[in-house]
Design a protein around this ligand. Structure first.
Ligand code: NZQ
Ligand code: ZN
Length: 381
């Protein structure tokens, strides 16, 4: 079947060392700029100073303390600041959490109601302040996509919204900012990007040579980086991860093809309840989900094994290769290896999936709550 789609991605990418110097191309001296960042890593690695230099002579202020898995509660404080100071441009400096928090911020600041309406689906974003990004952790692709994932502390919820209004205007991708990332963060980035590609590729066969071919190129790149893990602190390794993770979720390989995302939906609930890192939640869920769904995904699993790993085995052989890949960069695929996990996993996660409208997920809508239960049971080995 031929594909039909619209592909739209307006984010300008400034890739390479020193590209923070491009910031002024997007700003005027009349702008009131809010620089938003997380817990302070940018203060320790020189990124903050580079930005301050690039913004010399501009009118800017800052908001810090956006947490990993950004919260509604924290970002509402930023909304107050934007309104009080009449901010008209937001610059997010960080990883997916800061960027996602800022996507909420730019939309909620111009909205009359409660910004959570975007997350629970009761309102669509109609307008947003302009947003720019300086990326410090490649993983989510948030720097040039229209998705935002936010958590709400009081209800243990982690929800998402999409809007073309929150596409960043530009993103600076300077891999030298990655030098202070820990092994855990690098591994998380690699695994998150890998699973993003799988969510868009490991579904139904399609007729486009470009979509599958490009997805496989990106997957092979990530496998190569995992095999070359000992060089993870080298500039070229990091630069490659930065581009691979960006391309994995900038919208192209998913345009017009069947998409899954069930691993993400179940993984988000594990993070909401147990605080497991986003990528770790994916590494736990995905292999078991693929096992349970292997008859529907058989053709693509074999294609993945053949074209990415170079083996001509069956679906189960490919799944074992994926588990080995995640484990090879230090990420466990066993839920019981993570702190805080209790014996209430099914009691917590299944009702949350139901409440969030996740009762028929996957590319065919066949992952019912019963199937999710089966998958989650298999994650606790
Ligand atoms: O807060 P600071 O001090 O900056 O520390 C951060 C944070 O603790 C640190 N960090 C970032 N850059 C650093 C650094 N430490 C040292 N050196 C640097 N250069 O890393 C920690 C984790 O950062 P975070 O932004 O949370 O990581 P990530 O980029 O993995 O983002 C995860 C969030 O994105 C969401 C996830 O659910 C999660 O909330 N996702 C967003 C998506 C999207 N918008 O498209 C898709 C994804 O599937 C995902 O759901
Ligand atoms: Zn992800």
């Amino acid at each position: 079947m031929s594909l039909t789609y619209d592909f739209y991605n307006p984010t300008t990418i400034h890739f390479g060392k020193g590209q923070v110097a491009s910031l002024p191309k997007h700003l005027t001296k009349e702008n009131k700029i809010l620089v938003v960042y997380g817990g302070g890593s940018i203060k320790n690695n020189g990124v903050y100073n580079e930005i301050a230099t690039a913004l010399e002579g501009y009118d800017w202020l800052e908001f810090s303390g956006v947490e990993a898995n950004p919260t509604y509660e924290t970002m509402n404080k930023a909304v107050e600041l934007v309104r009080k100071e009449k901010v008209d441009f937001v610059l997010a400096v960080g990883g997916g959490s800061v960027i996602d928090g800022c996507k909420y911020l730019v939309a909620a600041s111009l909205y009359d109601g409660d910004g959570w309406d975007f997350l629970d689906g009761s309102a669509e974003v109609e307008k947003a302040l302009p947003l720019g990004v300086v990326l410090t952790l490649p993983a989510t692709g948030s720097e040039s996509n229209m998705a935002s994932v936010l958590s709400r502390r009081e209800t243990d919820e982690k929800r998402f919204f999409f809007s073309p209004c929150v596409f960043p205007k530009f993103a600076v991708l300077d891999a030298s900012f990655m030098q202070t990332l820990s092994d855990r963060q690098l591994a998380n980035g690699l695994v998150d990007a890998f699973v993003h590609i799988c969510e868009q590729y490991l579904t139904l066969p399609n007729s486009s040579l470009v979509h599958d071919g490009y997805a496989e190129t990106l997957l092979k790149g990530l496998v190569k980086l995992a095999n070359d893990w000992e060089n993870r602190n080298e500039p070229l390794w990091q630069e490659n991860l930065m581009l691979l993770a960006n391309q994995a979720l900038n919208g192209f390989i998913g345009s017009g093809v069947a998409q899954d995302w069930a691993t993400h939906f179940i993984g988000h609930e594990l993070t909401a309840f147990y605080g497991i890192d986003h990528a770790q939640s994916l590494a736990v869920v995905q292999p078991q989900l693929l096992r349970v769904m292997s008859s529907e995904k058989n053709e693509k699993l074999e294609q993945l094994g053949r074209n990415v790993f170079g083996v001509s085995g069956d679906a189960e052989d490919t799944i074992v290769l994926l588990e080995n890949l995640y484990q090879s960069v230090g990420i466990s695929t066993n839920l019981n290896d993570y702190a805080n996990v209790d014996d209430k996993v099914l009691d917590n996660i299944i009702p949350a999936l139901e409440a969030h409208g996740m009762s028929a997920i996957g590319e065919n809508g066949t992952i019912t709550l019963e199937v999710s239960k089966q998958i989650l049971t298999m994650t606790q080995k």
